[in-house]
Design a protein around this ligand. Structure first.
Ligand code: RB5
Length: 145
């Protein structure tokens, strides 16, 4: 599975931990920034990662900011992106099974490191259930203003 990870300054430290963990587990994960704890703007990193995910539909993304909320709002502006802010493994499992989420969002100031790893493992190891959920996911792509 090809993965991309990005954060703002609020998620920088946790991003590095998750990226190291994924490398140890031999995932192909590309870090798209940011590169330090210096203040930066989460929409820039959400955009960069979402455009990459849309170019490679089988890939998955991980976005982090302080709360996870800004990254979620930004990522879900892109049609075809289904970004899920998860606070526990149950949400991670259900959003993969039901929403076929292609981006996991974590709030580094909200979620502890160990829990974040558990959520990440669950997100990556759970498949989409399809069936009735496929129709609903397709409906998402048809929502226009
Ligand atoms: C940055 O201070 C913070 O606003 C950002 O990381 C995120 O929490 C926004 O939603």
């Amino acid at each position: 599975m090809i993965l991309f990870i990005a954060s703002d300054h609020g998620g920088f430290m946790l991003k590095n931990k998750l990226n190291d963990y994924l490398r140890r587990k031999s995932y192909d994960c590309t870090d798209m920034g940011c590169d330090s704890t210096e203040s930066c703007d989460y929409p820039d990193y959400a955009e960069k990662l979402c455009r990459q995910i849309l170019k490679m539909p089988d890939s998955k993304g991980i976005l982090l900011c302080g709360t996870g909320i800004g990254m979620s709002i930004a990522a879900n502006r892109f049609p075809g992106i289904r970004a899920a802010l998860c606070h526990n493994s149950l949400e991670a499992r259900l959003t993969r099974q039901h929403n076929d989420s292609n981006i996991l969002v974590l709030g580094a100031r909200i979620t502890g490191d160990e829990l974040a790893l558990d959520i990440l493992d669950t997100f990556l190891s759970t498949s989409f259930e399809g069936g009735r959920h496929k129709r609903r996911v397709e409906m998402l792509d048809n929502l226009t203003v």
